[in-house]
Design a binder for this molecule. Structure first.
Ligand SMILES: Nc1ncnc2c1ncn2[C@@H]1O[C@H](COP(=O)(O)OP(=O)(O)OP(=O)(O)O)[C@@H](O)[C@H]1O
Ligand SMILES: [Mg+2]
Length: 253
């Protein structure tokens, strides 16, 4: 069984009498420990898919099973609890609380869990060390560089040891050198801590560091492999089908 099983998921929005369908019967599996990137033009539904995976939104049709639990069947309250235990979210603009220090920002997700103070402290220290920010723990967000702020955002996303980390354009606001450092950090967390990661990006080079690359186009999820990628990174028309239930090893894995 795969860690994440997305089956025939559709999501529609109604806008001024018009219906748009960013996700049209999308199916895909993600394995434990995988690093997947998701590309696609603006407005194709990348954030919509991340939000479904993170249990922030619910699909109109289809099911999402994470770690054997069908999250699409949970009530609002159950989903909120599930999210706090199982999902880390990395935002483009890191969404740090300005009046809390780096340390306190990372501690926040743990306050939603049953955990004693000693364990909480240990987890926060370890997470900040994992992102190489051990010496900046007492700084407020405004005293940190953009790259350091994103490191705090990443520490906050991993501190609860979530089943799954989703990142929505985590390097979108950073210069290229800082982007590279953040991508290297994500790779390291994936490789060394086994963090399962789904990252949305508009950057071809960023997408390429993931073990598997996907693209959303007109409601369908396309799986890119070497033969599907042209020099400009576009999927060749008609050569890549929508992803059907396959993990990296295909439908049988
Ligand atoms: N809550 C909502 N209500 C109405 N429409 C929505 C909602 N959320 C998303 N949409 C619409 O669904 C489509 C997909 O949006 P989404 O934010 O997922 O795109 P995206 O691929 O993440 O784009 P970007 O690259 O610009 O971030 C867009 O047309 C958007 O306007
Ligand atoms: Mg988006």
């Amino acid at each position: 069984m795969s860690l994440v099983e997305i089956r025939d998921v559709s999501r529609r929005f109604h806008k001024g009498g018009e219906t748009i369908t960013p996700l049209d019967s999308v199916s895909v599996n993600i394995e434990s420990g995988e690093f997947v990137s998701l590309m696609g033009a603006s407005g194709t539904g990348k954030s919509t898919l991340l939000n479904l995976l993170a249990g922030i939104d619910q699909p109109d049709e289809g099911s999402i099973v994470v770690g054997g639990r069908e999250i699409t069947k949970l009530s609002r309250g159950e989903l909120a609890r599930w999210r706090s235990e199982h999902v880390g979210y990395i935002f483009q603009d890191h969404n740090l609380v300005p009046v809390l220090t780096a340390w306190e920002n990372v501690e926040l997700p743990l306050l939603l869990l049953k955990m004693n103070r000693g364990e909480r402290r240990r987890r926060v220290d370890v997470a900040l060390q994992a992102v190489d920010l051990g010496d900046r723990v007492d700084h407020f967000p405004r005293q940190l560089s953009g790259g350091q702020e994103q490191r705090v955002g990443i520490a906050r996303a991993i501190v609860a040891h979530p089943t799954l980390v989703v990142a929505d354009e985590p390097t979108g606001d950073l210069d290229s050198e800082t982007s590279t450092q953040i991508l290297e950090l994500l790779c390291r967390l994936n490789r060394e801590l086994g963090v399962t990661l789904m990252m949305v990006t508009h950057d071809l080079e960023a997408a390429a560091i993931a073990g598997r690359q996907m693209r959303l186009d007109r409601g369908k999820l396309l799986l890119l492999d070497e033969t599907d990628r042209r020099d400009d990174g576009q999927v060749r028309a008609g050569e890549s089908g929508s992803v059907e239930a396959g993990g990296p090893g295909g439908a049988d894995s």
